[in-house]
Design a protein around this ligand. Structure first.
Ligand code: ZN
Length: 195
């Protein structure tokens, strides 16, 4: 997990957002390889193991296999023209990280419950959670949700972590999350904007 992501982490516990306390055991460049993450509110403790921050056991596994759109199309739908910030990729959406990183310089990707085959990289942090995206509200410049995660609570969680004015891309023509304005739907994809 990328060290700079630390300030955007959120405890999955049902309480106010508070900065989590990270104790790094092993670092490589700016990534935490092993460490612990503590919540000052509920005292829960989470582990970073082999670069993956584990906030709970996922209820659904990320699907592997073909996505309805490729990285270039997803990049265009996200509509990000400038570098910097974070883009969150949920479930099978994380399979796009490598190609998106090649197209979107200076953006850091955060994979949530990514497929087993996806490994952390300098451009990609991996987080695992049960039913909460362990990130603070309004921190992401874009969110992409894989088809198998196109249900609640993941749609609402994607909408929560998204910044206002930015886009949510769902790789399924699912029922969209509340509070996101529809922009485009078709070809197995739903795209909306957070007002
Ligand atoms: Zn907590």
């Amino acid at each position: 997990m990328f060290l700079e992501l630390t300030e955007h982490l959120k405890c999955p516990g049902d309480h106010r957002e508070e900065y989590l306390v990270v104790a790094t055991g092993a670092m490589k460049e700016r990534a935490i390889v092993f460490g612990t993450i503590g919540c000052p509110v509920c005292k829960a403790e989470f582990l970073v193991v082999n670069r993956v921050a584990r906030f709970g056991e996922p209820e659904i596994s990320a699907a592997s296999g073909a996505l309805p759109l490729g990285a270039e199309a997803v990049q265009a739908l996200l509509g990000l023209a400038s570098p910097g910030g974070f883009v969150v990729l949920v479930g099978s959406g994380a399979a796009l990280a490598g190609e998106l990183a090649g197209l979107m310089e200076g953006v850091h990707f955060v994979g949530i419950n990514a497929p087993e085959s996806i490994v952390a990289a300098p451009f990609l942090s991996l987080l695992v959670g049960r039913s909460v995206i362990p990130l603070k509200e309004a921190m992401a410049r874009g969110v992409v949700i894989g088809a198998e995660h196109a249900t609640e609570p993941w749609l609402a969680e994607g909408a929560r972590v998204l910044l206002r004015g930015q886009r949510l891309v769902v790789l399924s023509e699912a029922v969209p999350p509340a509070g996101i304005e529809e922009m485009v739907v078709g070809q197995g994809t739903w795209v909306g904007r957070k007002p």
